[in-house]
Write a protein that binds this ligand. Structure first.
Ligand code: PLP
Length: 375
């Protein structure tokens, strides 16, 4: 009654979770294949994550970014050294904020170089968030409608259509921003050849490549960062969702040469990377690294089982899978819920599956049984 109606909420009230299961206020148990929309990487009530959060809450929840923050240093080192070449990290609180930071960093990088480049090419059916920059980058009418005028400086192209990218290119183009798998857009995968051409174009034209890993990152697709599947070399990547395993945190990672465009005072966030969020994230990142072989194995098993259902096109990688049906799927989400399975419908006809990364084959079997039943 007092909360704005920005979401159409399903009639269920979850009160606790354990592993890959959720429980409602009637004591009913649900298998969760949504994980807070690709957030709860370690599932619910993970003992190690819970302990880290409790310990940190007992000593220091928050300090300003005006002071030294060793938790940020440790987490940034882990994100860069273990998985990237070299670079630096800016911490924020969400995916939209991470993309805002990335857009600002691109502009600032070219400003520092004395070049008048600020435009960014993005893609139809992408999703980058709801703030003004991120929304303007999101080439979807339903997201932007009624909020015009949008932020200037975005040119839209079609995923897997390189000619459309060339058509969008202007002398002020500064970068190309993409998701290697469109999450909200319906689990649409970029093709390897297309991505290689994008990479070559960026090198040739001196453009920055920004990969939005907010949904695909932190092990979701079976590699720590999804761009690794395609041997891309992004200049900037953005993270959020799974990064904190349920504690809000976002991050912008940038190569050293790009990162140095942000100086003291260029950008900031009161909460970004506070001790609680970083401490939680450190547990998630380390654990996800160990989970990667399991994500690959279980993901392949799940994909095969979905294909065997023979009811639609199956897309995606690891534990980010979509099943495209020939009809609107929102009603199926309700039916699945009644049978004790939490899923989600995106882009109208695509059932999206993004379970916690701890999910095992036995849980896949349970979910497939429910899906077989409702489909
Ligand atoms: N980028 C991608 C690829 C996303 O999937 C999302 C959220 O769904 C966002 C950005 C926005 O993240 P947030 O909702 O944390 O602002």
């Amino acid at each position: 009654m007092y909360v704005m109606e920005t979401y159409k909420r399903l009639p269920v009230r979850f009160v606790k979770g354990e592993g890959v299961y959720l429980y409602d206020d009637q004591g009913r148990k649900y298998l969760d294949f949504l994980a807070g929309i690709a957030v709860n990487a370690l599932g619910y009530a993970d003992p190690e994550l819970t302990k880290a959060i409790c310990d940190q809450a007992q000593s220091l929840l928050h300090i300003s970014n005006l002071f030294e923050n060793p938790w940020q240093e440790d987490l940034a080192k882990e994100l860069v050294d273990s998985f990237w070449t070299s670079g630096k990290v800016f911490f924020c609180n969400s995916g939209a904020e991470a993309n805002e930071g990335a857009i600002k960093l691109v502009r600032r990088y070219f400003y520092e170089k004395g070049e008048k480049r600020y435009r960014i090419i993005t893609f139809y059916s992408s999703f980058h968030g709801r703030t003004f920059g991120a929304m303007s980058a999101t080439a979807q009418e339903k997201i932007q409608k009624g909020f015009e005028p949008l932020l200037e400086g975005f040119d839209y192209a079609e995923l897997n259509n390189f000619d459309s990218v060339l058509r969008a290119l202007k002398k002020e183009t500064a970068g190309i921003m993409l998701e290697v798998i469109h999450g909200e857009g319906g689990i649409k995968e970029a093709e390897g050849e297309f991505l290689q051409k994008i990479q070559e174009l960026c090198r040739k034209e001196g453009l920055l490549l920004i990969v939005d890993e907010v949904q695909t990152g932190i092990g979701r697709t079976g590699k720590f960062y999804a761009y690794e599947h395609y041997s891309l070399q992004p200049d900037i990547i953005t993270l959020a969702k799974g990064l904190g395993g349920g504690v809000p945190i976002g991050a912008v990672l940038a190569k050293d040469e790009v990162a140095k465009a942000f100086k003291a005072g260029s950008h900031g966030s009161t909460f970004g990377g506070n001790p609680l969020a970083c401490r939680a994230s450190m547990v998630v990142v380390r654990r996800v690294r160990e989970l990667l072989p399991q994500v690959q194995r279980v993901g392949e098993y799940f994909k095969r089982k979905l294909q065997e259902l023979g009811v639609g096109k199956v897309r995606g990688k690891g534990l980010m899978l979509g099943l495209e049906l020939e009809r609107n799927c929102s009603e199926l989400v309700q039916k699945a819920l009644e049978k004790g399975l939490v899923i989600n419908c995106t882009a109208e006809k695509v059932l999206r599956f993004v379970p916690p990364l701890i999910v095992e084959e036995k849980h896949i079997d349970q979910a497939i049984e429910i899906l077989r039943h409702i489909l």
